[in-house]
Write a protein that binds this ligand. Sequence first.
Ligand SMILES: Nc1ncnc2c1ncn2[C@@H]1O[C@H](COP(=O)(O)OP(=O)(O)O)[C@@H](O)[C@H]1O
Ligand SMILES: [Mg+2]
Length: 243
Amino acid sequence: MKLLEITGLVARYGAGDVLKGLDLTVDEGEIVALLGSNGAGKSTTLRAISGLVANLSGGIVFAGRSIVGLKPEAIVRLGISHVPEGRRVFPGLTVRENIALGASNRRGVSRRQLAGEVEEMLGFFADLRRLEHALGWTLSGGQQQMVAVARGLMAKPRLLLLDEPSLGLAPLIVQQVFRIIADIRARGTTVLLVEQNAHMALGVADRGYVLETGRLLVSGRPDELWSNPQVRAAYLGGAAVAG
Ligand SMILES: Nc1ncnc2c1ncn2[C@@H]1O[C@H](COP(=O)(O)OP(=O)(O)O)[C@@H](O)[C@H]1O
Ligand SMILES: [Mg+2]
């Protein structure tokens, strides 16, 4: 079943079109990677889905209903959670408090239920358990990324949008982040993943889309993308190992 269906999406900041007619679908249960170089429009695509781009046209249908023009909070409530670029962990709040904030768009969650769900996240992100009372500013980049993803999951999304979760992290931590992405899908959440790290992203994804300055260059299964010479040369690190 198509969970997300984007058709002819055009997004503008000021005078210029940043997305120039994008078509993209995500099926329920998939991990879909959105790749492309800096400035291609990947973050803008996620922001458009989340209702954060004012000037857009085209279709965005989620779970059978159009979400174009809805407020960001309404879109979260329908089941789309967005972990933005840069993590944005609150420095003066503890890990627990930061995670709990992710439930703030859900109605009628009791304190007790909230505490239980934060506990569940501390179980899922085992490294955060010992840090539950640590303040945001004391965390490493990898720990901040875990907190940001945990916070995103607290919205109980059907679709999780992840923007560059591996950016700036050490290789071992990057591997951990991608394992978590696979686990999230295994727990039943669909993932749309924006990444610069095409190798790792196509390692977990079912399908990928490659954007080039606001247009789709190509899409397909990871093996199809790997075997496309143009894509390989430009985006997948030339003659690197096949996936
Ligand atoms: N708030 C903004 N105002 C004006 N231009 C923007 C804004 N955000 C992004 N852009 C421009 O839109 C283009 C696509 O940006 P973005 O979606 O962030 O790309 P990516 O995430 O693929 O690196 C870039 O040229 C960028 O400079
Ligand atoms: Mg970006």
